[in-house]
Design a protein around this ligand. Sequence first.
Ligand code: SAM
Length: 383
Amino acid sequence: MSSLPIPNAEAQAHSQQLAALIQTKISQNAGWISFADFMHMALYTPGLGYYSGGAKKFGVGGDFVTAPEISPLFAQTLANQVEQVLAETQGNILELGAGTGKLAADLLMALHALNRLPAQYCILEVSAHLRQIQLETMQNILPPSLVQRVVWLDALPQDFVGMILGNEVLDAIPVHLLHNTAQGLCERGVAFNGDFVWQDKPLPVGDLFDLAANLALPNDYLTEVCPAASGLIASLAHMLKHGVIVMLDYGFSAREYYHLQRNLGTLMCHYQHYAHTEPLIYVGLQDITAHVDFTSIAHAGVGNGLELKGFCTQAQFLMNCGILNLMSQVSPNDMAQYAPLAAAAQKLLSPAEMGDLFKVIALSKEFEAPLLGFASGDKSHTL
Ligand SMILES: C[S@@+](CC[C@H](N)C(=O)[O-])C[C@H]1O[C@@H](n2cnc3c(N)ncnc32)[C@H](O)[C@@H]1O
């Protein structure tokens, strides 16, 4: 990792503080913690974790760029799908993990233009730091009458009617690492010997063992599973009374995810626009993420009373939601407006960028009509 930028002294001190907490946790736990515990502490320890600390994460000068940060075109296109759900349910919006709040602000502007504003735009955000950034984004972009509609929740509501959204949330949920070895199924966790190091432990009989056994992993195969993401979907299924959940993220069906050739899993880190595969360094300074197994998300939804409404690539979803139509409202002769729009569309749609790797899944309850975003190219049958 010699090519990674070196953190400054302040960032290194911050990282050491968090590393000390993780070391304590490891020694209190007989010298070993699961990678899910490590990832949880690295990302979400209050004040110190990557998402809970103060450094800039999104966009230029941050570590990575997400679709809402690329252009308002993303939210404007998604607004057409949200509009359909709000028209049918007369409900509200709940966004999970709202990042800088850019998607929320641009969606509210777009829904205002479509005359389909929800009474409330609820945000559930685990990071207190990001909540503050979200409020600032709203205040900078939106008129006060729209800011007033935004409500930050501390926990999922008991009942919800309307549209639930999450962009790049599932990939930020801590994963367990499974290692199928000649000696049997192991969980790969983290120990400390002066540095954080990987350590495998035989997987005891229990839920994680059953999950791993079901995957029938090939020998000498390292991968990850995310029971917490399935748990989140199960919780959403229980509180959703009438409406639709749409999750957008990078990932695959289980068949592709647990493919023989993907024998090192999908764990990735992002630090100042460098992508690499060493989550045990730069603790609290870098993003840690795993691709999403959309089959497990679909199973969690359907197993808890939801209907699988659609699954397709981000490119297909945005095309179905009218991205080209939105672009056609700007004249290509107006280069100042058209050129950034075309560049954004290229990033969002191109198979070489976000178009194919990113997928969209929709799960619903008591919602009859087919969803606009999956009118063409629905691949639900592949899950
Ligand atoms: C990669 S960022 C994406 C942010 C934003 N949605 C975007 O697209 O720019 C992941 C976000 O998910 C949040 N998050 C992670 N787990 C969550 C959970 N269980 N509930 C709600 N938010 C969560 C993080 O705090 C962070 O805001």
